[in-house]
Design a protein around this ligand. Structure first.
Ligand code: 4FV
Length: 253
């Protein structure tokens, strides 16, 4: 899978290209990344990429021409390499909300071209001419689209086969839609007693069915307390068994 980022700050992507499992996966060729700076596609001596908004208002807006020239170069590069075109994605609070199922969808494709805006946003004519999809990390305003692209890319790369040593660890992450869509159960590691606090006895039992039941119960309790709508969704999807329902009945009274 290939990700391209159109960004004024390519160095930000070192957060995933230079550290951790995503960096290792990159060096193993499990995915690829290319950053393209709109400033390299300017014609003026000041390498201007933004200007004041028509109609007034605070801040600056990114100009269409450098962004479009960068996107066209990415598309030409992919074509030259015989790679699929890939959808052009604008990161924006007005976009569709990204979640784990979106990550699963994204990795099914050739990899996105991620346009990372700065300032107040980008010229609408660029959006109309070049953008296929708009995606949002959440209902808040960031300083740049890069800060939304990073977690989205990380969520995708982690799902690629071979990236995580134990594929199950990806399945155990909260919200892995193929598993159960519930919140993850608590985790413990050495020491067995930490400042007088012991690890739950079930986890020390070595009894796999008992451990699995304990984890499932904890997951249900946590999800009921913090995200009850995910319980309802699991119920509608038929993903709760009799033991689950018995526990929930006891909790809800
Ligand atoms: N929330 C978000 N999910 O994706 N992107 C954002 C976001 O706040 N973007 C900023 C808005 C103006 C600036 O261009 C960058």
């Amino acid at each position: 899978m290939r990700f391209d980022a159109i960004t004024l700050f390519p160095e930000i992507f070192a957060g995933i290209t230079g550290h951790g499992v995503t960096s290792r996966a990159l060096s193993q060729g499990l995915w690829s990344f290319h950053a393209w700076n709109p400033r390299d596609y300017t014609q003026d001596v000041h390498r201007t990429v933004d200007d004041r908004p028509y109609g007034g208002g605070p801040g600056m807006v990114m100009m269409a021409a450098p962004l479009e020239a960068a996107v066209r170069d990415v598309q030409a590069d992919r074509e030259r390499l015989g790679q699929p075109r890939g959808q052009v994605v604008l990161l924006s609070p007005t976009g569709r909300r990204f979640d784990q199922s979106a990550a699963a969808q994204w990795i099914a494709g050739p990899g996105k071209i991620l346009v990372c805006g700065r300032y107040e946003g980008v010229d609408q004519r660029f959006v109309d001419r070049c953008v296929d999809e708009e995606w949002s990390l959440g209902d808040f305003v960031l300083s740049g689209g890069e800060l939304a692209a990073l977690p989205m890319m990380d969520a995708c790369v982690r799902l690629l086969p071979g990236v995580l040593n134990d594929d199950q660890s990806a399945l155990q992450d909260s919200f892995h839609v193929n598993l159960d869509g519930l919140l993850d159960s608590p985790h413990y590691t050495r020491p067995e007693i930490y400042d007088g606090e012991a690890v739950p006895e079930a986890l020390l039992s070595g009894h796999h069915a008992r451990i699995a039941r304990w984890r499932r119960d904890q997951s249900l309790r946590l999800t009921l307390a913090r995200r009850p709508e995910l319980i309802e969704q699991a119920r509608r999807d038929g993903r709760l068994d009799k033991a689950d329902e018995k526990l929930l009945l006891g909790l809800q009274g």
